[in-house]
Design a protein around this ligand. Structure first.
Ligand SMILES: Nc1nc2c(ncn2[C@@H]2O[C@H](COP(=O)(O)O[C@H]3[C@@H](O)[C@H](n4cnc5c(=O)[nH]c(N)nc54)O[C@@H]3COP(=O)(O)O)[C@@H](O)[C@H]2O)c(=O)[nH]1
Length: 635
């Protein structure tokens, strides 16, 4: 494609601008997008942050608690260091020193043969605490824990007791974990609860019934299924931390997240709307410039050759519109055509193109009855009496046959309405031929194709771009070619940029090709002389390869060779053999009957350099005859 140095240079943008030209269409979009974004964001944020916060609080709780038990172990180790006589004033002093060092400890007692002998608070005047009962939870071989102990010196207080063989330590809180829990409560977000407990045999928390909330208040949590909950059991003592966020708490967070997301959504919507307004403004500006261009008929046409790459003759061309506004920067048709379509004025463009083809190439076409120019049309044109009249006028004014003005419909804009199909049938009945453009990119399928009077199918250039080296196979391309042929239509391959691509398709029985390798779109004055010159011909290898390729492509309604010959007949194109014969017969005389301005010398030259395909009626025929020289692309 020619390079257009213009900011509006993509087809997608063209389509967007086209849609923008339909007022109000996009106003709904920002609102819907904003709302959906807000909702999705709120749900995601709530669930994600909820689980994340709970897990992080549980992890923290475990860490604090494990540090606490490690401190208590260290206390027992220090107590076990005493080697003097137990319960002496020195021993009590040593015990009291340690007692004062550790915050949550309420008392340290010394036991002998299961009975308490002295303690830091009671001294040696002991009324014994119950001995360590079997079945108490053991942290390890040395340490055991009892929760819910009421010391004799303060029976109103419920404590936990940790003990080893000789010492017991009373710790504040009904459970050993209470202190840590209370310390941790602050780290849990409002409404959530944190519980610390020992793991059961299966490694799950034994209970989370008594909890401490964020305010440090104890209570019992009702674990509804709607609660968010995270449990973590880890550490040397088999401790578990469970954090629970009741529905009321996480719903509160969800509401907050929804608020934030609504704000973000509103912002996104505002940005989208602002973008829309800016684009709308540009679209309007483009609308205005196009309205002016339409009034002034400020468009031009370029013609891109369609050639028979087996025998190197131009058999037709596609008319392609061009627009260079006053600022001198060309705007590509795939940008401005969608806008014109959205403005509802594509009919004017189609009619302009038809008239312009007549004006520029009327005489040229009259002299070459087999030559055909294809014009891009919109489905709406098919049902338009104005367009029908426009075609009729052009043919009458310039003395052309309907088949010299072919009509290209793109697969991306399917013919859907009865009136359009009906118009298409009438135009076909009159003698116009239809190309289905961009095949393989849009809405057509083979069934739809069969229902339409389409004569030729143009294989989209994306397929062409996917083939390269002559020997390589592309099954998708091959099956698409096969499908088209099954319908009995001829194939024109678009976007041929290299001789390898041309050879690839020639090998698969394709004759008609279009693309830069054959010729770029050029104005009429440049196109006419080029149209009568030989084009590059595809190089094909030996007969065996061709035969194998043909066999691989399987049974068809018609053979590619037949298709090629029939295409020739319809196009009124003579074969290379005929040309050579004509050249001999009419040496020096002007024109063979179908190639108009081609001179005998040219035909001679072609015949001489083997342009071979003198008898190239298809892959099984002339291609098999041997390799052709490849002529470089036209410049
Ligand atoms: N309704 C109308 N649509 C029109 C008209 N004129 C053009 N168009 C459509 O605009 C699209 C872009 O066309 P354009 O920029 O002119 O590009 C054409 C060729 O230049 C390009 N091309 C041709 N050969 C090659 C190639 O080898 N490589 C390559 N990368 N590009 C190449 O392809 C375009 C023609 O394609 P197609 O139409 O699909 O046959 C395009 O969709 C036009 O249809 C108009 O008057 N009316």
């Amino acid at each position: 494609m020619e390079r257009h140095d213009h900011p509006l240079s993509t087809q997608a943008e063209g389509r967007v601008l086209g849609q923008l030209a339909r007022p109000g269409r996009w106003l709904v979009l920002p609102a819907v997008v904003g709302a959906v974004l807000a909702l999705a964001l709120a749900v995601l944020v709530t669930a994600w942050t909820g689980q994340r916060n709970l897990a992080s609080a549980a992890r923290q709780a475990l860490q604090v608690q494990n540090e606490r038990t490690a401190e208590l172990r260290a206390l027992f180790n220090a107590l076990d260091q005493w080697t003097g006589t137990p319960c002496t004033p020195e021993h009590l002093t040593a015990m009291r020193t340690l007692f004062l060092r550790i915050g949550p400890v309420l008392d340290i007692a010394y036991h002998q043969r299961g009975h308490m002998r002295c303690s830091t608070t009671l001294g040696t005047s002991i009324r014994s605490l119950p001995p360590i009962a079997p079945g108490e939870r053991r942290l390890d071989a040395q340490l055991a824990i009892r929760d819910g102990v009421r010391p004799s010196f303060a029976p109103e207080v419920v404590t936990s007791q940790l003990s080893n063989e000789h010492y017991s330590v009373l710790i504040e809180g009904a459970k050993i974990t209470d202190g840590a829990r209370r310390a941790l409560a602050r780290s849990v977000s409002g409404g959530a609860w944190i519980g610390l407990s020992w793991a059961d045999a299966s490694g799950h928390p034994t209970d989370v019934g008594t909890e401490i909330d964020a305010a440090g208040v104890g209570g019992t949590v009702t674990h509804s299924p709607a609660s968010l909950r995270a449990s973590l059991c880890a550490g040397p003592d088999g401790l578990c931390a469970t954090v629970v966020e009741p529905p009321a708490a996480w719903l509160g967070r969800a509401a907050a997240a929804l608020g934030a997301a609504a704000l973000a959504g509103a912002l996104a919507a505002a940005l989208l709307a602002a973008g829309w307004r800016a684009r709308r403004f540009r679209a309007t500006a483009l609308d205005r410039r196009l309205t002016e261009a339409l009034r002034e008929r400020a468009f031009t046409l370029h013609y891109q050759p369609i050639a028979d790459c087996i025998d190197g003759r131009v058999v037709g061309a596609e008319a392609l519109i061009r627009w260079t506004p006053r600022d001198g920067k060309p705007v590509p048709p795939d940008v401005f055509i969608p806008v014109i379509e959205a403005m509802g004025r594509i009919g004017e463009v189609s009619c302009f193109v038809v008239e312009q083809v007549g004006r520029e190439l009327g005489g040229f076409l009259r002299d070459r009855p087999g030559f055909s120019i294809s014009v891009n049309v919109h489905p709406a044109d098919l049902a338009s009496q104005t367009f029908h009249a426009c075609l009729r006028t052009c043919l009458e004014r310039h003395g052309l046959a309907p088949r010299q003005l072919s009509l290209e419909l793109t697969e991306r804009q399917p013919v859907t309405l009865d009136a359009e199909l009906d118009g298409m049938q009438r135009l076909a009945a009159r003698g116009h031929q239809f190309y289905l453009d961009d095949f393989g990119t849009g809405h057509s399928n083979i069934v739809r194709l069969d229902a339409m009077p389409v004569h030729r199918v143009k294989l989209d250039r994306h397929f062409t771009a996917s083939v390269g080296a002559a020997g390589a196979r592309n099954p998708i391309v091959e099956s698409t070619l096969e499908m088209i042929r099954e319908t009995g239509r001829d194939v024109v391959v678009e976007g041929i940029e290299t001789s390898d691509q041309a050879s690839y398709f020639a090998l698969r029985g394709v004759r008609l090709m279009q693309g830069w390798w054959i010729g770029r779109p050029v104005p009429a004055a440049q196109f006419m002389p080029l149209a009568d010159r030989p084009t590059p011909v595809a190089t094909v290898p030996d007969a065996a390869t061709v035969t194998a390729a043909t066999e691989r492509s399987g049974p068809k309604r018609r053979s590619p060779g037949q298709a090629g010959r029939q295409a020739d007949e319809r196009l009124g194109v003579t074969s290379g053999a005929q040309l050579a014969a004509q050249a001999g017969a009419q040496a020096g005389a002007q024109t063979g009957p179908q190639t108009g301005a081609e001179t005998g010398a040219q035909a001679d030259a072609r015949a001489a350099d083997g342009a071979g395909c003198a008898d190239s009626a298809g892959p099984g025929g002339a291609i098999a005859a041997g390799a052709h020289a490849v002529v470089g692309p036209q410049t």
